[in-house]
Design a protein around this ligand. Structure first.
Ligand code: FCB
Length: 445
């Protein structure tokens, strides 16, 4: 791999860091905020590995200005953050919580004062609990609720925010939250999953339309986790398993928006979505994105279902094929990032792509005031080389966001896995820039 230079990526390339409301803000019930499904989920028993919650997290709610100064100090152009829906609309619809909206307005101003572009995600998994009580994503009324919420945020921030992402990884919150029950709301329901999948896809286009109507020159996208599929053997059974898993993990939230329908031929189970179709949905679901966010962490390995005939249900495993393993148990496979970009690029060669998340957790330690994390630096270098290769091969990749600016609440895993370029001492809230953050500062300078 030849040495990386910022200039390899072009002058207009956006360098950013990403994080999300529930993972960093804390202040879970401050200033009129309503509870989200993640508040309910973490306050319930036995759901989070270290029994922690996001009640305080990184206290970004109070420290956003220093944290944004840090983004600039590390040399990044952009900060991607998300809006907590129940901070803005405590019960999901109706009454607006001014104080919550003002908080995000201050974050945007802080970004602009520090010369950092604000990139806003509208939904990074913290649905208002009040809406969950009304059926959440499984209730078709969610389309109207979501339009109302997006409208309120666009009216408040659209004069200053141009870069928008409607969702963060629909696949994760639908599959992991609604089908596997490992994330909030913690349901294991095929019905909720199938209905919710269709409604989320309709919300992607509905949210994009509201943004376009309200924000002049909006750059509107959404983000997807893309996980290329590997198999142990190249047999028809293995290929079928990989195709089914690919349909669930990668295709169900991408293809309907491109007007391609659901990939039912690869995963028969998805035929159940048809029950939730209404006349006109085929058209309403299409979106003409300005960009798509590709988020990549690792490849998955698909294996055939142990019971014949069940291959509609994908089976995933990592079998540690001589790859380096992160603290999440994920294999380090940089060329999978190239493959992920190529996969999305193939749908529409003109469409701009942005790597909206990429990063890794390693067991970091503070030693004499420093955090030496050479594995993370090597991870970033190897993945950036794959982005450079994608650009050289003609893919329109316009930006790259590290996950994450700082260590934060890693969902069901709690505070164990540290993904930050900055170490956070969760007792004192001290931030210590890791060696990987220092590497970025030099690289971007
Ligand atoms: C992604 C999520 C993000 C973070 C990283 C590690 O799937 O979007 O919030 O948890 O994984």
């Amino acid at each position: 791999m030849s040495e990386l230079a910022r200039t390899d990526f072009g002058d207009d390339f956006t360098w950013g860091v990403a994080h999300a409301s529930y993972q960093v803000e804390g202040a879970w019930d401050a200033d009129g905020k309503g509870p989200s499904i993640w508040d309910t989920f973490t306050h319930g028993k036995g759901r989070i590995r270290d029994k922690s919650t996001g009640d305080v997290a990184c206290d970004f709610y109070h420290r956003y200005d220093d944290d944004t100064a840090l983004v600039r100090d590390l040399g990044f152009d952009a900060q991607r953050f998300s809006i907590s829906w129940p901070r803005v609309l405590p019960t999901g619809t109706g009454r607006v919580n001014r104080a919550g909206l003002d908080f995000y307005s201050r974050v945007v101003d802080s970004c602009l004062e520090h010369g950092v572009e604000p990139w806003v995600t509208l939904y990074h998994w913290d649905l208002p609990e009040a809406l969950q009580q009304r059926g959440g994503w499984a209730n078709r009324d969610v389309i109207g609720w979501f339009e109302e919420y997006v409208g309120v945020v666009a009216d408040a921030l659209g004069d200053r925010v141009k870069d928008w992402m409607v969702f963060n990884e629909p696949c994760s919150f639908m599959v992991v939250g609604h089908l596997a029950g490992v994330h909030a709301p913690g349901t294991r329901s095929l019905r909720r999953f199938l209905a919710g999948t269709h409604h989320v896809n309709l919300c992607q286009s509905a949210g994009a339309s509201v943004l376009r109507a309200k924000v002049a020159d909006a750059n509107v996208g959404t983000t997807h986790i893309i996980s290329p599929m590997a198999t142990k053997a190249d047999t028809p059974k293995h290929r079928r398993a990989a195709a089914a898993l690919d349909a669930f993990a990668n295709r169900i939230f991408l293809e309907p928006n491109f007007g391609l329908g659901y990939p039912t031929e690869a995963a028969g189970l998805l035929k159940g979505v048809e029950r939730y179709f209404k006349p006109g949905d085929d058209e309403a679901i299409k979106v003409d994105w300005d960009f798509l966010g590709v988020q990549y962490y690792t490849r998955q390995q698909a294996r055939p279902a142990p019971i014949p005939g069940l291959h509609a249900v994908p089976w995933i495993r990592h079998d540690y094929r001589n790859y380096e393993i992160t603290a999440m148990g994920w294999e380090v496979q940089p060329d999978g990032l190239y493959e992920s970009l190529a996969k999305v690029h193939a749908y529409d060669p003109e469409l701009t792509l942005v790597v909206t998340e990429n990063g890794a957790a390693f067991p970091d330690k503070v030693e004499a005031g420093r955090v030496h994390d050479p594995r993370r630096t090597a991870f970033y270098q190897a993945h950036l080389a794959e982005v450079r290769r994608a650009i050289a091969d003609g893919m329109p990749v316009d930006g790259y966001f590290c996950w994450s600016l700082m260590d934060n609440f890693e969902w069901a895993e709690g505070y164990g896995p540290r993904f930050g370029l900055t170490y956070v001492d969760f007792d004192t809230q001290e931030r210590i820039v890791k060696d990987s953050g220092r590497w970025f500062r030099d690289f971007l300078a």
